[in-house]
Design a protein around this ligand. Structure first.
Ligand code: SF4
Length: 389
């Protein structure tokens, strides 16, 4: 049976997809044409991390007994997606929540911490709902804290539609009771050592709900409005077949390559700007057509063929038994030191730092060409220094 965290079912207009359907309202209905993608390993791992975080916070608050906590912890540990690093990573989130709650209690003894609160967004979004990981309310300020266990993409709280919806739902639920005038939205991404906070007044958040969410959600629910391509296309299930994003990519080709002469710097930079979009789109078309072909669809002019394969032992132990007397085990087996990450997991971060840090070499990373807005310092001046030598 699915756990509580797994049951965070996806509504047509889900909070996690809000950035997409608020910007491109027809996308919600367009996505319905496509299969629900399998719950990825990463999503399942995130679910497990949320279960661990909830258990740890409840144990800290005395909401579950020690025995109950142990039973839950053992169930989580027996999951194949559990890793040695998970408790210490999740702890960064639980530490943050506990720290903020302690601070709130210093301001007012009436401070409350609420975990895994279901929120009802139906006043704004048809069938809209969600779950808040942690909410702290004290002295007119409400923290809405979201744990994101993934480490792929760094997510900022500022003007984040998903977090704003979570805040809106929490406001609706608790404003009457606690008189909230400010909402602090927080994303904790422990595996990126990233905490992002952003504050908005309760008034502005409600106004956004009334003037933007209600209007766009109605359009989206009815499948109306304009298709608009942007960053939000990244997770859109309709992307491979979407004419708007295809047109956007093709338009670039139309405009930039009309001239048979060499491209000017400005044109090349414009192309470079679009590489993530183009690569992402090409991959989505490839993955979609390939998955459909595997499912039996025939694409005109294409066929599925068997790829190159590599020979494998059927049973390694039988190979060793067969050859051991001829050559001895050493000649048959390779042994190689495990990678740094695996050894760090084996030892734990603290012991690893104490015993092996001096044996770890960290060469300079390969330079990347990134937009000027990137927070890392530019390498150019250092490279020029080398050139002068
Ligand atoms: S790919 Fe982008 S433009 Fe196309 S439907 Fe999805 S969100 Fe809209």
């Amino acid at each position: 049976m699915a756990g509580k965290h797994e049951q965070r079912a996806h509504a047509l207009l889900s909070a996690s997809g809000a950035s997409r359907w608020l910007n491109c309202t027809p996308s919600a209905r367009m996505e319905e044409e496509f299969h629900e993608s399998q719950n990825s390993v990463f999503a399942q791992e995130g679910t497990l991390a949320h279960e661990l975080a909830e258990m740890a916070l409840k144990a800290h608050l005395g909401l579950i007994s020690l025995d109950e906590g142990k039973i839950q912890a053992n169930t989580i540990k027996s999951n194949e997606l559990f890793s040695e690093e998970m408790p210490s990573e999740v702890e960064k989130y639980t530490d943050y929540v506990i720290e903020q709650f302690n601070q709130a209690k210093l301001k007012t003894p009436d401070a409350v911490l609420l975990l895994e609160q279901k929120i009802d967004l139906r006043d704004y979004i048809p069938d809209g709902f969600g779950t808040n990981d942690a909410v702290i309310i004290a002295d007119g300020l409400m923290y809405v804290i979201d744990l994101k266990y993934g480490k792929g993409v760094r997510v900022e709280a500022e003007d984040n539609s998903q977090l704003k919806l979570y805040g809106l739902g929490a406001l609706d639920a608790f404003d009457m009771l606690y008189n909230i005038d400010r909402v602090k939205l927080v994303i904790v991404q422990p595996r990126l050592d990233h905490v992002s906070e952003w504050e908005i007044s309760a008034k502005d958040l409600k106004e956004w709900g009334e003037k933007v969410v209600k209007v766009k959600a109605k359009e989206a629910f009815e499948g109306k409005g304009l298709c608009v391509a942007g960053d939000w296309c990244r997770w859109c299930k309709a992307k491979a077949r979407c004419g708007t994003i295809a047109a956007k990519v093709m338009k670039l080709t139309d405009h930039e390559f009309k001239s048979p002469n060499l491209l000017k710097d400005e044109s090349l930079i414009k192309v470079y700007d679009q590489i993530p979009l183009i690569e992402d789109w090409i991959k989505s078309v490839h993955d979609y057509m390939y998955a459909e072909a595997l499912a039996g669809k025939e694409w005109k002019g294409y066929k599925l063929v068997e790829g190159r394969s590599v020979r494998k032992w059927k049973d390694e132990s039988l190979v060793i038994t067969e050859l051991e007397t001829d050559f001895g085990k050493e000649k048959l087996l390779n042994s190689k030191l495990k990678g740094i990450g695996d050894i760090e997991k084996l030892l734990g971060k603290v012991a690893f730092a104490e015993r092996l840090k001096y044996l770890v070499l960290k060469p300079a990373g390969t330079p990347s060409l990134v937009p000027i807005s990137d927070k890392r310092p530019a390498l150019n001046s250092a490279l020029n220094d080398f050139a002068d030598i």
